[in-house]
Design a protein around this ligand. Sequence first.
Ligand code: DC
Length: 223
Amino acid sequence: MSEPKKHIVIAIDGPSGTGKSTTAKLLSKNLGITYLDTGAMYRAITFAAMGAGVVPSDNKAILKILNETTIGFDSENHVLVNGVSRETAIRSPEVSAQVSFYSAVPEVRSALTAKQREIGNKHSCVLDGRDIGTVVFPNATFKFFLITDIKVRAARRHAELLQTGKTVTIEEVEANLLLRDSIDSSRELAPLIKAPDAIEIDTTQLSIQQQVKKIQAIVSVVA
Ligand code: DC
């Protein structure tokens, strides 16, 4: 499909493991528009801060990390941190265990929110994250909120990690997902909540293709 003439922003929010990223990626490809994985941006900053030994409470050092770290994406949407591909490293269990703490830092949120708005204002875009429909683009053309049974989410994430050669148990993955949900939903700034005008989709019984089809059927009316 060629790029829609009208500028559109599609927000896909929800907890980890609901299939947001895969759905957003395929949808953007089908619509011929940009895809922005905002979780990867939070992971990239977490990776950079951890590598420099900077803890979330050290505001001054966090600001330095934000100023000195460039986040990019290659043609396959793999994350580049300071020009180096870090796709596997940013999704490691170590980064996953810490990312919610760095994501709750106000300086991190305002810097990354500004970058996300800059990209979404320039290009028609599908963005997936936690606060896209509530904070980053409250006037998004379309808002979706994905939910999935925790057991299914844990199984999906576990399979992804095994593919990258990580040895982690399904129980550990489930515990990390639940902990992140709890921190992401209860933080003061931009918590993970469904925007009142978002369309909720339960993906527990859906394949990725079915999820994409469902969303695309709604979006196609405009795009
Ligand atoms: O989508 P993900 O699991 O890769 O996201 C990693 C973390 O980043 C998630 O636990 C919370 C944070 N995040 C956020 O706070 N806001 C976003 N828009 C996207 C992700």
